[in-house]
Design a binder for this molecule. Structure first.
Ligand code: GLN
Length: 387
């Protein structure tokens, strides 16, 4: 029998990451699709989680997160960005950043509220905005450089806009918004009294001396911004699903109001370990960023050798290519054919758009062992990719 999808999720379908990772397993392909690293995070952090499980941290943690984790998030925001947070009222733990996104959207956004967001976007934004009954107003980051067009943003943000959903460093384009761009966004948010929800899950993973700036650290922005992040990407622990949300107490309380009905509380033995990562293993993220930059260069060079023109991202795990010159009408068809053609899996970007601007775009992950990237590139170079 066909599953019945409720109206709230009509048209949303299965996440493309699920489809493409299953395709990689089924076909034995090199998986350059879903963004997860081959190498695990710091062993000190993993040992802490084992120790916590062995020493009785196995029952429900407080719903808002353990005091140690909330304090560690506050200390991290202070040390990295000079922001002062009250760990008791301005920070909560979540089950990954994906739950932080869901809790923020479901806890704050009313049906009919207009939300301006960057497209392409992480697919869960669109799904959760639809469930919340929000009206999406996408602003397109156009290939090949994927910079933010501030005039397009100014045209999209009006007095009807209630929320701005940001993501920097940006998945899937790798764009890192500069301080100047963020200042212009902040000016708009303040002028139109807009609340900002910002996903900064790749905050430590920037390249070529680019720095990540949290929009909440700009003048006048803290009181109107919820900042979301997680341990998954920056500490190579994507399967742990521990994240956090910070901001002024009234916004954090609204997110918590929804979070309690989603997961109630997040993984107890993982929280002391994540607190440790934030306090003692920030250096890991710097080394990871340097490794990723080498992975980026290796993959981009390989994609060029295979006849593609990859963008050179400033952060994240991903680069992207336009495949239209190969005669393909859409990226989804290309990605579904790629395992058979080349033994490689990538992710089509069209599902990350409300408009048609991503139809010919394909995302490739470089958060993999160099040997895996080399094998993927060798397979692509050998293959006939033309339609
Ligand atoms: N954020 C990761 C990506 O963009 C994976 C997310 C997921 O699988 N839901 O690939």
């Amino acid at each position: 029998m066909q599953p019945h999808h409720v109206q709230r999720l009509a048209g949303v379908g299965q996440s493309i990451f699920t489809e493409m990772s299953a395709l990689a397993v089924r076909t034995g392909s090199v998986n350059l699709g879903q963004g997860f690293p081959d190498a695990d995070g710091p062993s000190s952090v993993i040992e802490m989680a084992v120790e916590a499980a062995r020493t009785g941290h196995n029952q429900y943690a407080p719903g808002i997160g353990t005091p140690e984790l909330r304090q560690a998030v506050a200390a991290h925001q202070r040390e990295q960005y000079g922001m002062e947070l009250d760990p008791d009222t301005e920070v909560i733990a979540t089950t990954g950043c994906t739950e932080a996104i869901a809790a923020s959207i479901l806890g704050l956004i009313e049906p009919g509220d207009e939300v301006v967001l960057l497209e392409p976007y992480y697919d869960s934004y669109a799904a959760m905005l639809q469930v919340a009954g929000a009206v999406r107003r996408p602003v397109t980051l156009h290939a090949p450089d994927f910079r933010l067009d501030l005039d397009a943003l100014r045209a999209a943000v009006t007095d009807r806009t209630r929320f701005l959903l940001l993501n920097t460093p940006h998945n899937p384009t790798g764009t890192v918004l500069s301080r100047e761009e963020l200042s212009a966004i902040a000016e708009l948010a303040i002028a139109h009294d807009v609340t900002v929800i910002t996903d900064e899950v790749y905050e430590h993973l920037t390249f070529d001396d680019r720095v990540h700036v949290p929009i909440a650290s700009l003048p006048g922005m803290f009181e109107r911004t919820l900042t979301l992040s997680s341990v998954g990407k920056s500490w190579s622990l994507t399967g742990w699903k521990v994240g956090w949300t910070s901001g002024p107490a009234h916004l954090v309380a609204s997110a918590m109001n929804a979070k309690q009905w989603l997961s109630f509380t997040s993984g107890a033995p993982l929280q002391p370990a994540v607190a440790y990562a934030l306090e003692h293993e920030v250096d890991f993220t710097r080394k990871l960023a340097a490794d990723l930059q080498r992975g980026r260069d290796l993959l981009c060079e390989g994609l060029r050798a295979a006849g593609l023109s990859p963008t050179v991202p400033q952060g994240t795990y991903f680069t992207s290519t336009d495949i239209s010159h190969l005669g393909w009408e859409d990226g989804l068809a290309f990605c579904r054919a790629l395992p058979e053609r080349a033994g490689v899996v990538a992710v089509p970007m069209q599902g990350f758009y409300d408009t048609d601007a991503g139809r010919h775009l394909v995302r490739w992950a470089f958060c993999k062992d160099p040997a895996v990237l080399e094998e993927g590139v060798a397979r692509l170079t050998r293959a006939d990719l033309a339609r």
